[in-house]
Design a protein around this ligand. Structure first.
Ligand code: PEP
Ligand code: MN
Length: 404
């Protein structure tokens, strides 16, 4: 942690300016003064990750951008306090490691593993109120999923609990890594959504081409589809970070916007600093992705192209469950690989929602899950995840696509 310094005047000023921009998806805290105290308290807490680890990930991501490695990112859609148990988190890590093993072996490329873990506690939502007229659940870092007005009121003290949970989880990740249950590193990531949390643990990193803010909250942070406004606070915040950054891009993204994300977030042309995570949906990926890839490539930058085949393929089953079909997930991945093969770019990685638990949330796969099976073990706090069996099936499908 030798090169982390307190924020100096210039960076502190740029951070304040970024945070003054319009910020989508932020809660109205029950007690804004308490929220400020919590942010200050988090600033005095120990960081979740070290800058040395983050720098090592950056070097590995540069190899992904050059086409020499593959990036596997995955985990729960939303971590929860209740499920932050050793059994659950270990199961997720084991699933991710096994998927990586299949990919590495079949594709003959090193696989960089990033878990959605140790901070994935805040969720963007499409609506502000639910079917009962209550404020929506925004993740355990903000409020409770329980359907009462009191439980749904955003409570800043939840940020402290989330941070403590993330610290415990990170200790588990380190132990998993050391135990030899897996070869190599596992990094952690979450969506940089809740700005009061994200602003709380920032130091200065002077090892890059310009002084930047090192987040101690995760190795890799991404900006979601709902908060990627070019004039908004999230992109302005991400621009200041030293950590590698992802941006989720949905089907409404224009090639010009994609180029602008890269220009803003990677002004020095550092390979792998930016990961563009396309989540277009299986029906659109072959049409919408090519002009984006062409324009970004023509701009001369070397981003990582990563496919999230989950979020563009979500729908409501006839019996009322938010789900995704395995076939469509594989179809979007197939389209993603087709596009990159045609354009001569590296299909650099995948970003998936998976768990080691035996859940019934996504349809299809083998053994197949049918709509009637969904109620049996539908446990997610937010989006449907592949279970361990489906995840391994997916790893084999992707390995074939990589090796082809
Ligand atoms: C997510 O990754 O859980 C998510 C909300 O994704 P997106 O921003 O792509 O919708
Ligand atoms: Mn999700």
């Amino acid at each position: 942690m030798t090169h982390i310094h307190p924020l100096d005047g210039v960076l502190a000023g740029r951070l304040a300016a970024a945070l003054r921009k319009p910020a989508a998806q932020q809660p109205l805290w029950r007690d804004p003064r308490r929220a400020r105290d919590v942010v200050a308290a988090l600033g005095r807490a120990g960081p979740i990750v070290t800058p040395e680890e983050t720098a090592r990930l950056s070097r590995q991501l540069a190899a992904v951008a050059r086409g020499e490695a593959f990036l596997l990112q995955g985990g729960d859609c939303a971590e929860t306090f209740a499920d932050n148990t050793e059994a659950h988190q270990r199961g997720n890590l084991r699933t991710l490691a096994r998927m990586a093993g299949v990919l590495a072996q079949r594709a003959g490329l090193p696989v960089v593993k990033i878990a959605r873990m140790a901070g994935q506690y805040a969720k963007p939502r499409s609506q502000t109120v639910d079917a009962h007229g209550l404020p929506v659940y925004r993740g355990d870092m903000v409020n409770s999923a329980e359907a009462t007005a009191a439980a749904r009121t955003p409570d800043p003290d939840r940020m402290l609990r989330a941070h403590a949970g993330a610290a415990e989880t990170m200790a588990l990740v380190r132990e998993f890594r050391r135990s030899g249950a897996d070869e190599g590193d596992i990094y952690v990531s979450h969506e940089a959504l809740l700005l009061d949390y994200e602003r709380s643990q920032l130091g200065v990193d002077t090892t890059g081409p310009e002084p930047r803010l090192a987040s101690g909250l995760g190795h890799f942070l991404w900006i979601g589809e709902r908060t990627r406004q070019l004039d908004g606070a999230h992109i302005a915040f991400a621009e200041l970070l030293a950590n590698p950054i992802g941006v989720k891009i949905g089907p409404s993204t224009t090639p010009e916007q994609a180029v602008e994300y890269v220009r803003r977030l990677d002004p020095h042309g550092e390979p792998g600093r930016v990961t563009l995570v396309s989540r277009m949906g299986h029906a659109l990926v072959r049409e919408v992705l090519p002009p984006i890839v062409e324009k970004v490539t023509a701009s001369g930058s070397s981003v990582i192209w990563q496919c999230d085949p989950m979020h563009g393929n979500t729908y409501l089953s006839a019996n009322g469950y938010k789900t995704r079909h395995f076939r469509r997930i594989v179809d979007e991945l197939t389209g993603f690989f087709e596009v990159h093969r045609q354009l001569g770019t590296h299909p650099g990685g995948i970003h998936v929602e998976v768990t080691g638990d035996d859940v019934t949330e996504c349809l299809g796969g083998a053994p197949a899950i049918a709509e009637a099976d969904l109620p049996a073990r539908y446990e997610t706090a937010c989006d449907p995840r592949l279970n361990a069996g489906q995840a391994m099936g997916l790893a084999h499908s992707v390995a074939e696509l990589v090796a082809r």
